[in-house]
Write a protein that binds this ligand. Structure first.
Ligand SMILES: Nc1ncnc2c1ncn2[C@@H]1O[C@H](COP(=O)(O)OP(=O)(O)OP(=O)(O)O)[C@@H](O)[C@H]1O
Ligand SMILES: [Mg+2]
Length: 320
């Protein structure tokens, strides 16, 4: 349990709008596994699954935007982990040849099958799955995935089927599939878009970030039109720092933009060293028992994307 993400009973109590005692009582009554450290009681995915007993709307969510370094991988990683901490069964797919998500999960993909091997028919999709922790799996990536675009083009794979067919084979086992895309707009990213229900585009308070978002949005709109799809897009502001003029300026520009203001997530992810630190130390932001801004923001984002915002209506899950 030490490296796994943790939810404390206080955390669960706040989420459910009940007292910590009510959560303790429920854990006991249902005989659910919990742990104790620094006078705090905490638990992981298996217990959350039974405690919250949530019915998830099955979804494929891609994190993508053409601009590099805006937080696609960091948000994919922490969102997937938080969703899993709500009891959601999650498959992450690393489609970026940089393999940053794979490294974030401390997986060595050197000899592991990755998406390019699946597309070449050398392995079955399920053979590429690596288990990270209970209810959380990953299809890793390595540099050879740089040829995904070429392969899709040379083999004339249908963009709307190539990943969709693979996901169909796997999706029955999962509540959520999360795809981390490279900062590009090639065939592979287009195919990921077409196999998704929702695209989340992180936008950082930097110059040209809105123009990068425009390019991605236009690409998704044109794919929607061409393939008769209705893939939703959400923009999430990441690395926000209210003390800087640029953060406020970028937020204002989005709120003044006719289209982007309608796509903007309610959640804003504040700048926090916890994101680089967690990945550097091979853990995740939910590994410790502290209350932190990074955890609060990712929790809100997770609930917004999973549409589980009003969990205090689920009181019966704990009291019933
Ligand atoms: N909210 C945040 N606060 C502070 N640092 C952050 C935040 N989100 C991400 N970072 C840092 O910003 C850097 C880039 O993040 P990340 O690798 O997630 O971006 P990316 O969009 O996946 O990049 P790429 O386009 O190369 O795939 C990393 O060092 C990461 O730790
Ligand atoms: Mg990345």
């Amino acid at each position: 349990m030490s490296l796994y993400a943790k939810m404390t009973t206080n955390d669960a109590a706040t989420i459910l709008g009940v007292t910590a005692q009510a959560v303790h009582k429920n854990l006991k009554a249902k005989n659910l596994e919990s742990f104790k450290s620094q006078n705090r009681v905490f638990f992981g995915h298996e217990t959350s699954k039974k405690l919250f007993d949530l019915k998830f709307k099955k979804k494929v969510v891609s994190f993508q935007v053409v601009k590099g370094g805006t937080g696609k991988t960091s948000l994919t990683h922490s969102f997937a982990i938080r969703a899993n901490l709500y009891g959601c069964k999650v498959l992450c797919i690393d489609l970026d040849q940089q393999g940053n998500l794979t490294q974030a999960f401390s997986v060595d993909a050197n000899n592991a099958p990755v998406m390019i091997d699946i597309l070449k028919g050398q392995v079955e999709p399920r053979e590429a799955i690596v288990n990270i922790s209970p209810g959380l799996d990953l299809i890793p990536s390595r540099i050879e995935n740089a040829t995904l675009d070429n392969l899709i083009m040379l083999e004339k794979y249908s963009l709307d089927k190539v990943y969709g067919d693979i996901l169909k084979k796997l999706a029955t086992n999962y509540d959520l599939v999360v795809i981390d895309c490279p900062p590009a707009l090639g065939q592979s990213v287009a195919a990921a878009t077409l196999s998704s229900d929702l695209i989340v585009s992180p936008l950082t308070p930097e110059q040209f970030s809105i123009s990068g978002m425009k390019v991605t949005y236009e690409e998704i709109t044109s794919l929607n039109r061409k393939f008769g799809k209705n893939i939703a897009v959400k923009v999430v502001v990441n690395k926000f720092d209210s003390r800087t003029a640029l953060s406020n300026e970028v937020l204002r520009s989005i709120l003044n933009h006719d289209v982007f203001k309608t796509l903007l997530c309610k959640t804003i992810i504040r700048s926090s060293q916890d994101f680089p630190n967690a990945i550097y130390s091979g853990t995740n932001i939910f590994n410790n028992l502290k209350i932190t801004p990074a955890k609060e923001d990712i929790d809100l984002l997770t609930r917004e994307i999973l549409e589980i915002e009003n969990l205090d209506n689920e009181l019966t899950a704990v009291n019933g």
